[in-house]
Design a binder for this molecule. Structure first.
Ligand code: SF4
Length: 386
């Protein structure tokens, strides 16, 4: 029998998790037919200054909850953040640094679209303090790029990678597989070229059809389930052979180059969410909270600093923690559960036992680590913690 001095579902965080910052810039040149992100086709000049001011209002509203805590990473995502000028990004980062201490070795990423790439622009971001660039390449096949509604050609993607590598020593390429009409040989050629560029990081996603997209209402012919599964194996093998470590469902990195910002999400760290539709998570000594902002840019701009704040119910924390941690190929130390959720390890002991008995988690008590079967049947594994 276990005796608890305190209610087992009381949240008590002995230490607070690392803190990151996410800023969402929601505009794109054109909306891609497969995209379900909070991204909106630009109409005329972007209100860059006004938007950066709003991001800073968001930040100021969150400061009382995170006084003194340094940022371990910053991620400027979208949308297409590279539509914003280096001056605007500089203004954002300088003002953020003046309000929250930034770790000396903090990772600062910006996302860019090869269709908006310019060498001077990339150098400008670097000078503003960005030290990692993430490029949405998706494919090196012009026909596939057209089918995806991308605004750039394969050669423009190649030029953008060369420009990115000239300005940054830490570059991620996003690549997709399972594209309309794609063969295994075409998927292999795409991933082989992506690997040949020698960037530090690759993210390889399978194209899926999401609700509220053009592809949902007019679905293209995608490779069958088994063919897409074969492509996933080809991607994993090719990147393993090229020296990348597969550390999360879709993420591959050179040794020492894992994305610290995303790792913080997967390890259930905290993050401040700024911008239209952004959401964030802040832990306090006795609770874990979330905040979320209006999605439509116009509505967001009309409500400076406004966010919906909620407390995560303690009974939901085990599932939320697992939803993130179980994406990691090597899992997490078992002790991280209590550190991040503030709950006692006993809360999930029987569920861990069940998942291990079913062969979904590795039989190691020091780590919570999905087996290969657990990764393949991730939903079944997560159900155990619901
Ligand atoms: S460029 Fe990226 S964010 Fe913009 S619509 Fe296309 S996929 Fe979505």
């Amino acid at each position: 029998m276990q005796i608890f001095l305190e209610k087992p579902n009381a949240v008590r965080l002995a230490t607070l998790p690392p803190l990151a910052l996410y800023a969402h810039l929601p505009w794109c040149v054109r909306k891609c037919p497969y995209c379900d992100f909070n991204s909106h086709e630009r109409a005329g000049e972007l209100p860059e200054r006004e938007y950066v001011d709003r991001l800073l209002r968001d930040l100021e509203g969150l400061l009382p909850s995170v006084w003194g805590r340094p940022l371990v990473s910053v991620f400027i995502g979208g949308g297409t953040p590279s539509l914003f000028s280096p001056d605007s990004i500089d203004a954002l980062l300088a003002a953020a640094r003046a309000r929250v201490p930034l770790d000396p070795d903090a990772e600062v990423t910006i996302e860019a679209n090869p269709g908006t790439a310019e060498a001077g622009r990339f150098r400008g971001y670097r000078q503003a303090g960005v030290n990692r660039l993430s490029l949405g390449i998706q494919s090196f096949d012009d026909a596939k790029l057209k089918a995806l509604g991308r605004i750039h050609s394969a050669d423009e993607a190649r030029r953008a990678i060369a420009m990115a590598q000239a300005a940054f020593d830490n570059v991620n390429l996003d690549v997709m597989y399972g594209l309309p009409g794609q063969t295994l040989a075409q998927a292999r050629a795409d991933i082989a070229e992506a690997a040949r560029w020698g960037t530090t990081h690759l993210s390889a996603y399978q194209l899926t059809i999401e609700p509220n997209t053009v592809f949902f209402s007019k679905p293209p012919a995608l490779p069958a389930h088994d063919a897409a599964a074969d492509m996933q194996l080809v991607v994993e093998d090719a990147l393993g052979a090229a020296g990348f470590e597969h550390y999360e469902t879709s993420a591959f990195a050179r040794p020492g180059r894992r994305c610290r910002h995303n790792l913080n999400y997967w390890e259930f760290g905290d993050y401040l969410g700024l911008g239209a539709g952004a959401h964030g998570k802040i832990s306090l000594a006795d609770r874990v909270t979330r905040h979320e902002r209006a999605k439509p840019p116009r509505e967001y701009l009309a409500q400076p600093g406004k966010a919906t704040q909620t407390m995560v119910a303690p009974k939901e924390l085990p599932f939320e923690f697992m939803l993130n941690a179980l994406r990691l190929v090597e899992g997490v130390p078992e002790a991280l559960f209590a550190q991040r959720t503030g709950l006692q390890a006993a809360v999930i002991a029987s569920k861990l036992g069940l998942a291990r008995a079913q062969g979904l988690l590795e039989d190691r008590t020091s780590r919570i680590c999905p087996t290969r079967r657990g990764r393949l049947f991730l939903n079944d594994l997560l159900q155990i913690f619901l």
